[in-house]
Design a protein around this ligand. Sequence first.
Ligand SMILES: C[S@@+](CC[C@H](N)C(=O)[O-])C[C@H]1O[C@@H](n2cnc3c(N)ncnc32)[C@H](O)[C@@H]1O
Length: 382
Amino acid sequence: MSESRAISSHTEMDAEKFKEPFSTYHMLGGDDTHSYAQNSEYQKQLVVSAEELICKLIDKHLDIEKPSFDPNKTFRIADFGCSIGPNTFFAIENIIKGVENKYKSNIKNPRIPEYHVFFNDHIDNDFNTLFRNIPTSRKYFLAGVPGSFHGRLFPNTTLHFAHCSTALHWLSRIPKEVTEVNSTAFNKGRIHYGGAAKEVKDAYSTQYRKDMDSFLTARAQELVRGGLMVLVILGFPDGVPPSESSIGIGFNILGSCLEDMARMGKITEEQVDSFNLPFYYPSPSELKALIEENGSFTLERIESLISPMKIEKPNLNIIIKVCVSHLRAVIGGVIEEHFGNEIVEELFQLHMKKLDENPMMFDEKYRKEANYFLFLKQKSHL
Ligand SMILES: C[S@@+](CC[C@H](N)C(=O)[O-])C[C@H]1O[C@@H](n2cnc3c(N)ncnc32)[C@H](O)[C@@H]1O
């Protein structure tokens, strides 16, 4: 191969590495009543309930004697899928507390490193709101890193700690078979795989496996050897079908609202048939198998976190409002992208009305979702 040919193919390969081939779903920005910042108490409770565990496991697994963790060098932390705050700031402060305690416990050299924190989310994330709300009391340098966490975002061996909370149920794309009229996985009349044909669920789970594999491979390359990673992943216990859960029931009701709007001529039936939510909720066995198959990390701990938001009957009206606002903050952007923003207000009003009339999804017996806490250690260099 001539030298110029070699150089040009090298450049093409590099360009490939930085391409953004993924959908860029994002939370509702700003800080008004519909924003993610005002509607993320559920996620905040998860960050809080993981705090103690994170500190304990950092103490046990952070190899501060290894050269890559030398306290004279910068300690780099990244939060993947940080959104617009404030939860990401709580998570980072807690990680720093755990790391700092570990370094201080070294009697021979109780020196603590400087911290560089990277906030990652999709390019369309409202980074302005995130940066405006950065705590003034922070003990770290920071930078925003836009792009999909399903691909590489940092050079090799840059990070010491990776964190990702309630973001990995987002798929990088909707599996295309579920929107193809002639496919056996065509998901007509539904907006999710809960209660759908096996082929639909299989298409979603195949996409999830690919996405998780890309995520783990990218993070393994970016982390130093022995680097640590915390994941909080929304899923379902083994054997629990999402259709029998409040999440599945809520999505079915939302789907029926879209069908009503199609009957009223506000959107078309084709638009409804081609709309699918980009979420997959894995079971703990699936997660363990995926990590094992990927092979880049040892799974040091997996456990289920306490589920946020106990539903108390007298507060049902408030809970329904909170729940719809929360869903709007999370999927409002996806709805807008597919149907246009004219229908968003009416759709969520209708959703609230239907949930008021039929609040079955709020019954404790359907609260079957689980939030899995995973603590991983990078084991090899790829
Ligand atoms: C429910 S929010 C959680 C935010 C934050 N971690 C928290 O605990 O409040 C999920 C976030 O993940 C982001 N996200 C989803 N897929 C992503 C991807 N492929 N790359 C980067 N961010 C992603 C979304 O944009 C969103 O901000």
